[in-house]
Design a protein around this ligand. Structure first.
Ligand SMILES: *Cc1c(COP(=O)(O)O)cnc(C)c1O
Length: 232
């Protein structure tokens, strides 16, 4: 297969590997989530045919319509859909049916609702906690000091598995400016692990700053524009 999406993905894998090597990390420890919000199913299919299997959507309604359309076009591929956008409690039921990993848990109530809905269908729902670091413009995410209390609550939730942390730094012209946010998230993770939690996943870094995120410890980068082009 050839074409622009294929070329873009090849370029991203090269850049991921280079950033990993620069930081003395194993490139296989970094997963690329292709962000497919607003991208039509035929273009998503091209990304899958180029080898990507992790696909990120930011809205439950859009994903609900799109997932069957992508899967019927890629019948031989086992895809893993991730929710990367804010989740409202009343969409939790759909979310546990659609997504393997939810990156955006930001309250005990939401965690509890996901746990209840997952139990109903006999699933263990994998999630990340979204953290809002200082100065961040995004409205969702827990404050760093609220992370330990939230994780403590989720300990009793039998159908929820918290695998790590996610953050969205403010958008900077210069990717280097995002770096302190990435290192803050990593340090927060390290302190939290010292308190007895296991949080191997760090979901951070997007098209314009994923190399800085990898150098600071990202294990999952969420990339849209650099794969599919500008969203309309
Ligand atoms: C849209 C989006 C991305 C991807 O952004 P690009 O700049 O297009 O790579 C990543 N993470 C979240 C949460 C998003 O909403």
């Amino acid at each position: 297969m050839s074409g622009r999406i294929f070329e873009n993905i090849r370029d991203i894998y090269l850049r991921v590997s280079r950033a990993a090597m620069k930081a003395d990390r194993d490139p296989s420890g970094i997963e690329v989530v292709a962000v497919t919000k607003t991208v039509p199913p035929d273009l998503v299919r091209e990304a899958v045919e180029s080898g990507l299997r992790l696909l990120g959507e930011n809205r439950v309604q859009e994903a609900k319509a799109k997932i069957p359309l992508v899967e019927e076009r890629t019948p031989d591929s086992r895809l893993s859909w991730h929710l990367i956008g804010h989740l409202q409690k009343n969409k939790a039921r759909d979310a546990v049916r659609l997504f393997d990993l939810i990156h955006s848990v930001d309250s005990g109530e939401l965690a509890g609702e996901l746990d209840r809905q997952a139990e109903k269908i006999g699933k263990i729902q994998r999630v990340l906690v979204q953290v809002k670091l200082s100065g961040e413009i995004s409205k969702s995410g827990v404050a760093p000091e609220a992370l330990l209390p939230l994780l403590t609550i989720t300990r009793t939730m039998t159908h929820l598995c918290v695998e790590g942390l996610m953050t969205i730094p403010p958008l900077f012209e210069d990717a280097a400016a995002a770096r302190p946010y990435f290192s803050q998230l990593r340090m927060l993770r390290d302190r939290t692990e010292a308190a007895g939690f296991v949080l191997p996943v760090l979901s951070m870094g997007m098209s314009h700053d994923f190399e800085a995120a990898i150098e600071e410890g990202a294990t999952m980068v969420r990339i849209g524009t650099a794969i599919f082009g500008e969203r309309s």
